[in-house]
Write a protein that binds this ligand. Sequence first.
Ligand SMILES: [Mn+2]
Length: 314
Amino acid sequence: MRILHTGDWHMNAILGGKRIERSSDIIRSLEQIAAYLDERQVDVMIVAGDVFCDRSDPEALCSAVGEIKRIFTPFLIRKDRPGTILTISGNHDKHNFFQTLRHAMDLAPAVPTPEGILASGRLHLFHRPNLVKIADRVGTTVQFLLMPYPQEYWLKDLEYDTRAGQHRAKQDRFTKYLELLRAKSDQALPSVLVSHILIQGAKGQGDYRFGIEQDVVFSRTDIPTEFEYIAYGHIHQAQTPVANAPWIRYCGSVERLDGGDRNDEKTVAVVDIGPNGRIDDPEVLPLPFSPMARYNMANLTNPNVLSPNWSENG
Ligand SMILES: [Mn+2]
């Protein structure tokens, strides 16, 4: 099974709090991804969270979903080998909107086979932890442990007084759910973990020395590494956060979204998984990106032209 890993699309992102629309740049990258899906005959595309931008208004969300449909329908209806898209939610994906999409999609139910294999030829959306199986054309079955960004609605029954307390509660809940999925998973099948979280010490934007006050954080050893591939989203700089483990990747964003990733090269990863596991190290493919300049605000005659407020994190 050939898998393409992308994420952090942040559709309708706006640069620096001022109205510098990035949609056309992002769409150019998505079109390149669609070309890779075709060229490489990919079976499954993983979108590892932050598909949308939390500041998007209803019109912007409508146009974002319309563009996703336009760009990826050829992949989903590909004649000899219909593709599958697996999407999880990130911290920037508004719960209500994801829930709305999910409700609408559930009206055309994707009924799994008796063996629990998910329908191909469509997009699947998850905002809660889930374990799914997908089979490719030659019958290789891979299971996916889907762990979206831990949101408030995961914690309805939990008490917390502080932001750090809330993050700690989310972290505990995340760990518990991941354990449950691992216990439920089939030991005989290759497994892929898909998640949208911060691994402490990852590179980019101040090297992510965030503590529990700022975000839900995991250490490099908190998450088991025995998966055939781990597809992370959240950090915008593509990287392998665990040493000597090229199968554990942050795909990075698809465009340079703010000052923090102004020097990054944007990429997607492609990995092949056979019945006995990963066939080779992931291949990293380039995406187009926009050049970015940093302006010294003191030298600008009209400081309202650009804002220095780069966004804080993924
Ligand atoms: Mn994120």
